[in-house]
Design a protein around this ligand. Structure first.
Ligand code: SAM
Length: 234
């Protein structure tokens, strides 16, 4: 599952430059017995199989190169993964992600091995691998040298607590829809103000929960007042 993900695009380039080193481990390498069994039936009965703690503990103990490395269990029951977490893990020398399968992972992994349980959303996947890819990708973007222009990461959605401003490219008019004139003005201060206002307006419309989650500057508050007055909001 990971080979395509790691062999393309920005992550592949970052790995080639030596900025990132992403390793995928097979829990079966830490099993005993010829069947290399990693799962078993749940105690108490019920559906599905549960990943046993033994191979997971052994795998984490074997691959942990940094004593400070956060050990993360991917789980729909975990706290929601977000930009702040991505930024925090991007400065760690190592992060270990544990992917569950089937009915899940023996509870002792979450309680006695993992430092954190994180979810990528309120839905259930068949396995932790797609969630791990999401986490790796989001964390990698904050590792210096991974994304060519650090400024683009700094202005992306959530980085400053707002959604990103709209972006346009050629053609200038597409099916009757024109690109806003201000973007051709050459006036960078005006364009900057327009972008900030658009980011505030989009955030207020699409993700009002983000407005107020962080203190806004006086300039932002006054732009937001203008936007609300235009929309005749109270
Ligand atoms: N029985 C579990 C429950 O209801 O909480 C679901 C197990 S799920 C089918 C199998 C594995 O997929 C989980 O152990 C976890 O690693 C991964 N997974 C599923 N949904 C996820 C999500 N939203 N975020 C992160 N990991 C998830």
């Amino acid at each position: 599952m990971f080979s395509g993900f790691l062999a393309a695009g920005i992550l592949e380039k970052a790995a080639a430059k030596g900025v990132l080193d992403i390793r995928v481990h097979d829990l079966r390498d830490w099993t005993d017995g010829k069947h290399r069994q990693v799962d078993d039936r749940p105690f108490g009965g019920g559906e599905g199989m549960v990943l046993m703690p033994g191979p997971i503990f052994k795998a984490v103990e074997a691959v942990r190169a940094e004593t400070e490395a956060p050990v993360v269990l991917l789980s729909p029951q975990g706290r929601m993964f977000d930009t702040e977490t991505a930024r925090a893990w991007a400065v760690c020398r190592q992060v270990i992600l544990i992917c569950g399968r089937y009915e899940g992972v023996d509870e002792r992994v979450g309680r006695h091995l993992a430092d954190a349980e994180v979810s990528i959303g309120d839905y259930v996947l068949t396995g932790g691998e797609p969630a791990a890819m999401v986490v790796v990708d989001a964390v990698a973007r904050f590792v210096p040298g991974v994304v060519g222009k650090a400024a683009s990461v700094a202005h992306d959605s959530f980085a400053e607590g707002l959604l990103d401003c709209p972006h346009y490219t050629r053609p200038r008019v597409f099916r009757g829809h024109a690109v806003p004139e201000v973007l051709f003005s050459g006036d960078h201060a005006r364009i900057g103000r327009w972008r900030r206002r658009q980011a505030l307006a989009k955030t207020a419309a699409l993700r009002p929960d983000l407005i107020g989650a962080r203190p806004l500057s006086a300039a932002d508050r006054s732009l937001l007042d203008e936007i609300r007055k235009e929309r005749k909001e109270p």
